[in-house]
Design a protein around this ligand. Structure first.
Ligand code: AMP
Length: 215
């Protein structure tokens, strides 16, 4: 099975991709993870994308298309895979179409995990993390017992720059501008499955599986 998962930042698409990869026993390919690994290992690619990644901008299409193409040629992708974070532009979607016909496979479905922007903003801007022990809290969903203080180690909680309202809003704007046309592209091909991403994580996974079919 070959799947693509789309969803705005904070919609929970990474979690859904992991659940679906386990259920269908297919390889989970997260382009964000691939790029972060390059940065950690300080490869030539990693060094060249440092600034783009830090400011939440997209890396060049040719670079990511090349990385995805070599990744899906690896043996663990023979039994199927789920792409998470790719394609993010129409150019990437079209290039992937060419790669798939060259390699002789077809995309089964494209799942769009949909969550209203207002919900995403409240989820992400409410997120507080502990700089000492890594504990995570959310002022709206699972607040710390004492406001601003980590339940586990007592350190002062902080908000990541990525989670500040202005950054979240600009990432959402970028997502809608770039990914809107991709959704339409796959809808026109009859491949799109829209799923409401609000609610319990496992219920959302179940809804996707009910629509995609059993293994
Ligand atoms: P993610 O973990 O999917 O949110 O990706 C983290 C960052 O990696 C993004 O903000 C982009 O800078 C970069 N990135 C990941 N996937 C792509 C892609 N398909 N095209 C361009 N940049 C990407």
């Amino acid at each position: 099975m070959i799947l693509i998962i789309l969803g705005s930042p904070g919609a929970g698409k990474g979690t859904q991709a992991r659940n679906l990869s386990k259920y269908y026993n297919i390889t989970h390919i997260s382009t964000g993870d691939i790029l972060r690994e390059h940065m950690r290992n300080r490869t030539t690619i990693g060094v060249s994308i440092n600034d783009l990644m830090d400011t939440g901008r997209l890396v060049p299409d040719e670079l990511i298309i090349g990385l995805v193409e070599s990744r899906i040629r690896e043996d663990d992708c023979l039994g199927g895979f789920i792409l998470d974070g790719f394609p993010r532009t129409l150019v990437q979607a079209e290039a992937f179409g060419t790669i798939s016909s060259d390699m002789g496979f077809a995309i089964n479905r494209v799942v769009s995990v949909e969550v209203n922007d207002a919900v995403i903003i409240s989820r992400m801007t409410g997120r507080m993390i502990c700089p000492d022990c890594g504990g995570m809290f959310n002022l709206a969903y699972y607040p710390p017992k004492i406001r601003g203080i980590c339940d586990s180690c007592g350190a002062k909680l902080i908000q990541r720059d990525d989670d500040k309202a202005k950054t979240v809003k600009s990432r959402l704007k970028l997502y809608h501008e770039l990914t809107g046309p991709i959704i339409e592209y796959y809808e026109n091909k009859g491949l799109l499955l829209r799923v409401n991403g609000v609610g319990d994580i496992n219920d959302v996974t179940r809804t996707i599986i009910d629509n995609l079919g059993e293994k």
